[in-house]
Design a protein. Structure first.
Length: 130
């Protein structure tokens, strides 16, 4: 899965991929699922959002949790950890990758890559998945 941390203008269509789809998840409400076989090491989707510092990442997290306390989402936070200094705030409508849920047995992993704007975390499949 290719998750890139790159700033994008808001208002774009959600990012799509021939390999995945977003649908209801029994565990987390909304999730990303494979819709076809994904070859090993194939980049699946780009994770987009604003690159922020660790200090900055606490603000949207706290605000969303407080705003949605007791709601169905209970304050879903879409912060992607890049390294010890930076995160990506992926809470924008076009960031389909924000619905990728945690797994104790993950079938994809982030992959950092370089873009014109700097470091970016793509996600790629760890193994063939159908």
């Amino acid at each position: 899965m290719a998750c890139l941390y790159t700033p994008r203008p808001h208002g774009r269509e959600p990012i799509t991929s021939k390999y995945i789809e977003v649908r209801e998840s029994e565990i987390h409400g909304t999730g990303v699922f494979a819709k076809t076989k994904v070859p090993k090491d194939k980049k699946v989707i780009e994770y987009i959002g604003e690159k922020i510092t660790k200090k900055e990442s606490a603000r949207p997290s706290i605000a969303l949790i407080e705003k949605n306390r007791g709601s169905e989402t209970d304050g879903a936070v879409y912060i992607f950890e890049v390294n010890k200094r930076h995160d990506i705030d992926g809470n924008i409508p076009e960031n389909t990758a924000r619905f990728i849920n945690h797994s104790c047995d993950p079938n994809c992993e982030p992959e950092l890559s370089r873009t014109a704007s700097g470091s970016s975390p793509p996600a790629k499949s760890k193994r063939a998945r159908s």
